[in-house]
Each structure stands twice: as C-alpha cells, then as structure tokens.
Design a protein around this ligand. Sequence first.
Ligand SMILES: C[S@@+](CC[C@H](N)C(=O)[O-])C[C@H]1O[C@@H](n2cnc3c(N)ncnc32)[C@H](O)[C@@H]1O
Length: 269
Amino acid sequence: MKRTEYTEANRLAWNEAARVHAAQNFAHLLEKFSVPGSSVLHKPHELERLGPLAFHGQAVAQVCCNNGRELISIRNLGAGRCVGFDISDEFIVQARELNAAAHQDCEFVRSDAYAIPEKYRGNFGLVYLTVGALGWMPDLPSFIQVLVGLLQPGGALLIYEMHPFLDMLDPINQADPANPLELRHSYFKPDPFVDTGGLDYYSHQEYKSRPQYWFHHKLSDILGAVLGAGLVLKAFDEYPHDISAVFEHLETLPVKGPMCYILEAHLPG
Ligand SMILES: C[S@@+](CC[C@H](N)C(=O)[O-])C[C@H]1O[C@@H](n2cnc3c(N)ncnc32)[C@H](O)[C@@H]1O
C-alpha cells in the first residue's frame, strides 16, 4: 500500500472512533473547558518541560491534536497562537466545539500530517506531539521533517509518547491476564499492525471497525529521524507509567518496563 492509502484508511477509522469517544467523554470535556483556564495536563514531568517552551506566549503547533483538549489546555496555560492539525474530520469538528466552549482562539486544521499547508512553515516556537501519534505514520523520517518544517529557527520539538517496547506486548483487551508481559511481537517488526477491533481506549470495548494501520518505530529509528532532521537533542527520559490507557494493567506489576518517554530537541538558530 502507498503512504496515502494507509493515512486515508486511518482517517476513516478515526472518524468512526470520534463518535465512539464522544459518547464517553465529550459532555465532560465541554463542561470542564467551560471553566476558564482549565487543563487536562497533569503529569509533572510533562508540565516541567512544557512550561519554558510554551507557557510564555510561544506559538505552538500540535500534530495529531485529536479533539484539541491538550492544545486548548496549553493555550489556557499561557501559550500564544495555537494551531492543531489532525487528519480526522470528526475530531476537528469536536476540537472547534471545545475551543468555543473554552472561549479560546486555537485554530484547528484538518490535514494529513504529510500535507500540512505550506503557509504554516516556520511559524512555531514549539511543535508538540503526544501519546498515540507516531505509530500512525508510515514514513517516520518524512514525518519528522514535516514537524521540523513547522519550527522557527531555535524552536523546539517535544514528544511525549508511548514507548516502542509496548509494541512487543498485547494491549489490555488482548493480553493474557496470567502473563501480561509475554513478548508477542518482534521488536524488529517491519510491517504494520492491522486492526479491525476499533479504537476505544476509554472503555476498552471492541467494535467492528474499518481497518487501521499502526507502524512500530524502534527507538533508534525515532532518535535517528530526529537527529537526521538536523535537530539537537536536549533531553530524553523514559518512565514506567502508562499514558495510553491500553497498557494501564502493567503499571502495578513489580517488574517494570519502559512505558513512555519524553524527547526534547531544538532546531539550531
Ligand atoms: C491517539 S490520538 C492522539 C490523542 C491525543 N494525544 C490526546 O490525548 O488527545 C491520534 C490522533 O492522530 C490522528 N492521526 C492519525 N493519522 C494522522 C495523520 N496521517 N495526519 C494527522 N493526524 C493523524 C488521529 O485522527 C487521532 O486524532
């Protein structure tokens, strides 16, 4: 399949998921964001990194912004112009609705990450990417180049993502409860995971969905793509907590594996 065939299939799957997610969380989010200054960002190590990069009027872009809850939070916490990009038509509609409820001025653009309009090039002091974004990208080096293209000279890329180690395990709704750390998939898996069981990471209920394609990217591929795009690595930390909701059952195990990481890199200039 071509890159656009993968991303188009994922767009349709995410549009389906948008309705499933909204039924579970949207009323709550509308109520939450109707209170001025609301934020869904609570992880201390994320806020420590975000603070200097975003909360002093910087222009921020979030790629794979979903329903906008994280970007609106960043705007509420002091960022300047905020623009979110997402391939899902339905999630962009939700993001605009949430933005209106928050009386904020974030801009939400429906776009495949690989086709972000040229006018956004070099506009941002921070490009922000969070949980469950990198895996939708069939071509990682080109995706990181897109993110770098959005940065102003001296700007920063902040990635707070699921650790690729998790791709070796089964998620909560498929894992054997007696052996949740069983290694099920190769760390060097070259082909994408294809799933038709839906994307309901809120209730973990499966539903018959359109196929979605998730690409495993090794840590060395991620670091290689960041460095290869000309960024300078400022920080890289790994943590034993779950940010995905689909591996939360591992958090209480005595044997800890890496579950997420934060990467901060800067464009010289
Ligand atoms: C797991 S969600 C991100 C969740 C977000 N971090 C949050 O917590 O709200 C992944 C998002 O990536 C978007 N996405 C998937 N493929 C994309 C692509 N090629 N370009 C832009 N967005 C894409 C999906 O539509 C979805 O909203």
